[in-house]
Design a protein. Structure first.
Ligand code: SAH
Length: 339
C-alpha cells in the first residue's frame, strides 16, 4: 500500500493521472493530506468513486500520540508518537517570541554512536519515510491548534543518513499547497556526514545547516564522535566552506560543553581559530546528563567563561536556553524511558 505523503506533488499528480483522474485532483488531495485528515472519507470534495479507487492501492498515514508532556516551566510540549509498526519517535514543540518551532526526528534510533547522546544507545532501527517525517509537523500543528512556523531537524536520528526521504520531506513541507513553511525557517543538524553535505549544498535549498562540532580538534572529536574517524574535522570544515559558497547561507555550529573533555580555555581558543573564516554562529549547549553516560556539565561560570573567550576572539557565540527541563525534552530521553 502506498502512503500518498511519500509522493512529491508532481509524483502525486502523475499517480492520479495513471489511475485515470484529472490533474486538478492533486491539488485537492495534497492539501487535505497536509491538513492532517485521517481518511479519504474526510476529503469531502472527492466523489465516492475516487475515494474507493484510492483505497484500493493507497492509504492515509497517521501518527498516534503515545504520550504528551507539557512543561510547567515554559509550555514546551513533548510528543512521543507511535508509528504504525509500533516504533516510537519524539517531537518537541517550543514557543519562542517569533512563534512555534518544532524539533522533529528523522530516524528510529541512530547509528552514529555519539558518546553523549541518548538516541543512539540502541542503534538504528530504521529510517523514517518522508511521510512519517512530515506527519510529525502535521499532527503537532493540528494538536496545538496553531501554526508551526519553524522546523529544526534535531530530534532522534541523523538526517543525512536518511538523505532521500529528508529531501522529499523538505520539498513537501515547503510546498505552497501544503504547510508552506519557508526554507529559511528550516534548520537541519548533522554530526558531519561529509559527502551528503556536498550533495545538500548542490540542492541549493536555502535552509540553515548546523554542524554538531563539539570539539576543536580531531583527538577530542574522535573520542566522543565515532563519525570523526570516517570524516575528520578538516574534511568537515571544507564541506562547510563549500556549503557556504554554494548557498550563501552561513553555517551554525553546535558545541555541547562537557566538563573536563572539551570546555577548557585552550579548547575555546583552538575552536575560534578553526572556524573564524566561516563567520558562523556557535550555539553552546551545556551537556544534558544521560543516565547511561558519565558526562557532566560544567558550572554556569565555566560555560560563561567559554562563551566570553569565543566572543573576545571575534566568534558569535550564545548559550542555548534550556527549554522543557522538567519533561525530558532532550532528544531520545523520553523514548528510551518508555521503551
Ligand atoms: N544527528 C543530528 C541531529 C540530532 S541531535 C546531529 O548530530 O546533529 C541534536 C543535537 O543535540 C546534536 O548537536 C547533538 O550532538 C546534541 N546532543 C545529543 N545528546 C546531547 C546531550 N546529552 N547533551 C547535549 N547535547 C546533546
Amino acid at each position: 500500500m502506498i502512503d500518498l505523503k511519500d509522493f512529491e506533488y508532481d509524483e502525486l499528480t502523475e499517480y492520479l493521472m495513471s489511475i485515470g483522474e484529472k490533474k486538478f485532483r492533486a491539488e485537492q488531495i495534497f492539501s487535505w493530506l497536509h491538513k492532517g485528515v485521517k481518511s479519504y472519507e474526510e476529503m469531502t470534495n472527492l466523489s465516492r468513486d475516487i475515494r474507493e479507487k484510492l483505497n484500493r492501492e493507497t492509504y492515509v498515514s497517521t501518527l498516534s500520540v503515545r504520550e504528551k508532556l507539557v512543561s510547567e516551566i515554559d509550555g514546551t510540549v513533548k510528543y512521543l508518537f507511535e508509528l504504525p509498526d509500533g516504533n516510537c519517535i519524539e517531537s518537541v514543540v517550543m514557543r519562542y517570541h517569533h512563534g512555534l518551532t518544532i524539533c522533529i526526528s528523522s530516524q528510529v534510533g541512530c547509528r552514529m554512536g555519539c558518546r553523549f547522546c541518548a538516541s543512539t544507545i540502541g542503534g538504528l532501527y530504521r529510517n523514517l519515510t518522508a511521510g512519517e517525517i512530515l506527519n510529525q509537523v502535521i499532527f503537532a500543528q493540528k494538536d496545538m491548534g496553531e501554526r508551526i512556523g519553524n522546523i529544526v531537524i534535531m530530534g532522534i536520528g541523523e538526517p543525512l543518513d536518511n538523505y532521500d526521504n529528508i529531501i522529499k520531506f523538505l520539498h513537501n513541507v515547503n510546498h505552497e499547497k501544503g504547510l508552506n513553511i519557508g526554507y529559511r525557517h528550516i534548520t537541519l543538524s548533522t554530526c558531519g556526514v561529509v559527502p551528503m553535505i556536498y550533495r545538500l549544498a548542490d540542492e541549493k535549498l536555502p535552509i540553515t545547516l548546523t554542524i554538531s562540532l563539539h570539539a576543536p580538534n580531531n583527538s577530542i572529536r574522535n573520542s566522543i564522535m565515532p563519525v570523526n574517524h570516517k570524516y575528520n574535522i578538516e574534511e568537515l570544515l571544507n564541506a562547510c566552506r563549500y556549503y557556504f559558497e554554494a548557498t550563501n547561507r552561513r553555517i551554525s555550529f553546535e558545541y555541547s560543553l562537557i566538563h573536563g573533555v572539551n570546555d577548557s580555555m585552550s579548547d575555546a581558543e583552538e575552536l575560534a581559530a578553526r572556524i573564524a573564516d566561516l563567520h558562523g554562529h556557535v550555539n553552546l549547549i551545556p551537556v544534558n546528563k544521560v543516565e547511561e553516560r558519565s558526562f557532566e556539565k560544567g558550572s554556569i561560570g565555566d560555560i560563561k567563561a567559554f562563551q566570553e573567550r569565543l566572543v573576545s576572539l571575534g566568534i558569535n557565540a550564545t548559550v542555548r536556553r534550556e527549554l522543557g527541563a522538567d519533561i525530558s525534552a532532550s532528544c531520545g530521553q523520553l523514548r528510551k524511558k518508555v521503551l
